[in-house]
Design a protein around this ligand. Structure first.
Ligand code: PRT
Ligand code: ZN
Length: 298
């Protein structure tokens, strides 16, 4: 592989694949990739993407095969604890928290099982694919329970008699409901992260990493940001400024033929909801217009 190009590990096929590629696309990356090819070549940036199983991503960054990786916090923290158990410190750093892949690692008991807090865990068998995270959670709370490590299909373990309860990832909760399980406690909140090797990079790579991070920041800001335009009487400006969500200093433009009314333009770094528009209207605003923001660089 070319040493002058950044290498980024991304999940090949799974829940993180599409949002990861979408993020890179929004950062301007054009990737050429043959069908089923493991390596995508960045046509317009010195950045190549390696497509792998998500579980391999921390190792690839650890072992310097890749400079960067997009990975769920759950997988990363499990790996960190696994390395710690072997007396090794992890050699990856989190550089950005991303706004996709949200889920939580939770404890769930069979619907009819009584639950009176963490005490109910003592001496029970808990099935999971995250033995290190669960072990750490139990240790920190002084609870002794048996961890049953499985490689998948955790949600059916109680029905099969292999465990009393489970510790698994949840997003909507419909898998738990379908398996007559009830979520009782969160072990870890998770979302996708961008990780990097802690090793220093060659200057050209470091420069592209810096640019990529700035673009990711821009993409994240834009998702929430809106451009808002409205007309208002000058006297209402203090109220209107208070109501504009997450905006710094709006632009005030005089309106032709009126000394009393002005146009207000502002970038709001939060979503603008109907309630906000209604309050603005009540404060005296008219001709309200909310536009999406395409790109942003500050
Ligand atoms: O093949 P590979 O090893 O790469 O993929 P994988 O099967 O290990 O992972 P994948 O694609 O299922 O998930 C990748 C990452 O997505 C996870 O490590 C999490 O960081 C994140 N993520 C977000 C989730 C979920 N949401 C999620 N709901 N990962 C798994 N689930 C599963 C969960 O295990 C359970 O079976 O979905 C089910 C529950 O979903 P709900 O919506 O019914 O609650
Ligand atoms: Zn996996």
């Amino acid at each position: 592989m070319d040493e002058a190009r950044l290498k980024l590990a991304v999940q090949k096929s799974g829940r993180l694949s599409d949002p990861s590629l979408e993020l890179l696309g929004r950062c301007g990356l054009k990737l050429s990739r043959g069908k089923d090819q493991l390596l995508g070549f960045g046509e317009n940036m010195p950045l190549d993407v390696l497509f792998v199983r998500d579980d391999d991503i921390p190792d690839l960054v650890e072992e310097d095969v890749c400079d960067l990786g997009l990975i769920g916090r759950n997988v990363l923290e499990e790996k960190r604890l696994e390395l710690a158990a072997q007396g090794r410190a992890a050699r990856f750093e989190t550089v950005r928290t991303l706004d996709f892949g949200r889920c939580r690692l939770s404890l769930a008991v069979p619907q009819e099982s009584p639950w009176s807090g963490l005490e109910s865990l003592r001496g029970r068998r808990i099935a999971t694919t995250y033995p290190y995270l669960l072990g750490d959670f139990l240790r920190a709370r002084g609870i002794r329970a048996e961890i049953v490590t499985l490689s998948g299909a955790v949600e059916i373990a109680p029905r099969l008699g292999r465990a009393d309860l489970i510790c698994d990832l949840v997003s909507t909760g419909s898998t738990l409901a379908a398996n007559h399980l009830r979520e009782v406690e969160t072990v870890l909140e998770s979302q996708a992260l961008l990780i990097r090797t802690p090793l220093p990079l060659a200057p050209s790579k470091a420069e592209w990493m810096r640019r990529l991070l700035l673009r990711i920041e821009g993409v994240q800001q834009v998702r929430e940001s809106k451009y808002i335009m409205l007309h208002a009487p000058r006297s209402a400006l203090p109220d209107i400024r208070r109501l504009l969500p997450g905006s710094e200093s709006p632009t005030i433009i005089p309106l032709e033929g009126s000394s009393e009314r002005v146009a207000v333009h502002a970038v709001c770094r939060e979503n603008v909801f109907w309630e906000t528009l209604e309050s603005l209207k009540q404060a005296g605003a008219s001709a309200l217009l909310v536009l999406p923001v395409e790109k942003m660089l500050s």
